[in-house]
Write a protein that binds this ligand. Structure first.
Ligand code: ATP
Length: 388
């Protein structure tokens, strides 16, 4: 399969972005500008149009204040053919189209894009839901069936919870059968994928200069062999709480660094390195599955203050067929440089000189920079519900 290439991106009423169409060449596009200029919003819009995924809790957040609808269009080249991917956003609803035909998220090119951003540290330090979302988002792109079964499973959990709250104990054996079937499939796919993901993330973490070994394991609340029995044995508790207490929706992706849980023991700098390793592993897994690189969206490479880590990001961007790299300063070696200001993007002459070196770090290369706090918010991406 040929690489996915973003030819152009158009937006209308998307956050603070001015309505315009931007063209992107192969290679690196560098976007720089002051804080709040709209750099992240542009990458977010590109990711949405390329993958159909967003992590906002309410779709309205994406619509420009004062407007009721927004629109994003990506013209995407793959294997010599151009397709037009459109996303329409309204209050609580989203509509995807490819070449004018309505589709679901799973119908978009699944190797589409990888988005790396400073908030990814929340994958390490945040709640299990963020790590589950990372895993589920990746697996849904690797396998359309996984995405479908996951949606069915999540729907079943919420319907089963409603039945539990209604005290419908008599109906539980029916819900349990569906839940065990779907949940078992999800657990088995996660287990299979984790073997390779663990290897890739470990390699990437070492490549980033970390001397501590990174290990990824699944902390499961149940197992395929015992799932049905576990549901039975916790029936009284579930009826009392009105919720399903066991199954893959309660699992965690445990990150261990040098033998200790990264969420509790890693420094901020080590955490950022682990998060980068997870994204690098995601990119590799997509590349292995689809045979070509996704578009790399790299948000704020300047936020990674450690020179070694910053270089790792720039090398990564240079190694893929297409990358869009944002920062408060220009990315060196870009094929196209755009200056962001108030939601607009204007071409600038390319930067030929390397940027000023980052302030020297007291940490060993690639490790433990504890500079500025990371942004809050969700760290991983999931597919929202399709529009009606
Ligand atoms: N729905 C919305 N309508 C209008 N403006 C919005 C909306 N959502 C966010 N914004 C604004 O978009 C602006 C740009 O945000 P963005 O995160 O893209 O900036 P940025 O260039 O990445 O900045 P930084 O360098 O600080 O990361 C912010 O000032 C924010 O208030």
């Amino acid at each position: 399969m040929a690489p996915v290439r973003l030819e152009s991106l158009s937006t209308l009423n998307y956050r603070n972005l001015a309505p315009e169409t931007l063209s992107f060449p192969a290679g690196v596009t560098g976007i720089f500008g002051e804080n709040g200029a709209g750099k992240t919003n542009l990458l977010e819009a590109a990711y949405l149009a390329l993958t159909g995924q967003t992590d906002v809790t309410r779709l309205e957040q994406l619509i420009q204040a004062g407007e009721t609808e927004a629109y994003v269009r990506a013209d995407v080249q793959q294997g010599g053919s151009l397709s037009i991917q459109e996303v329409g956003l309204g209050r609580g609803r989203r509509q995807l189209k490819v070449d004018g035909v309505r589709v679901r998220t799973g119908d978009l090119p699944r190797g589409g894009a990888v988005w790396i951003r400073p908030e990814d540290s929340e994958l390490v330090f945040g709640a299990p839901a963020g790590r589950r979302a990372y895993l589920d988002s990746l697996l849904s792109r690797l396998s359309a069936r996984y995405g479908q079964q996951l949606s069915r499973y999540e729907r079943t959990v919420s319907q089963r919870n409603a039945a539990l709250r209604g005290g419908e104990e008599w109906a539980m054996h029916v819900w349990d059968d569906v839940l065990v079937k779907l949940g078992t499939e999800i657990m088995l796919v996660r287990r299979r994928a984790l073997t390779r993901l663990d290897e890739l993330a470990r390699e990437a973490n070492a490549g980033l200069g970390s001397r501590k070994t990174l290990t990824l394991t699944l902390s499961e609340s149940t197992a395929p062999e015992t799932y049905a029995a576990d549901l039975q044995s916790r029936r009284a508790e579930e009826l009392a709480r009105g919720s399903t207490v066991t199954g893959p929706h309660r699992d965690d992706l445990t990150l261990t660094l040098g033998g200790f849980p990264a969420s509790e023991y890693a420094s901020r700098g080590e955490g950022r390195t682990v998060a980068l390793a997870l994204r690098r592993a995601e990119l590799e897994l997509l590349r292995e599955k689809f045979g070509e690189d996704p578009v790399l969206l790299l948000d704020d490479f300047t936020a990674e203050l450690d020179p070694h880590r910053r270089q790792f990001l720039l090398d990564l961007a240079a190694s893929v067929p297409q990358a869009i790299v944002t920062g408060t300063e220009c990315a060196p070696g870009a094929a196209l440089t755009l200056r962001a200001h108030s939601g607009r993007f204007t071409p600038e002459p390319p930067l030929t000189e390397p940027p000023l070196p980052a302030s020297p770090s007291l940490d060993p290369p690639g490790l433990e920079s504890t500079a500025e706090p990371v942004g809050a918010g969700g760290a991983a991406l999931r597919s929202g519900g399709e529009g009606p």
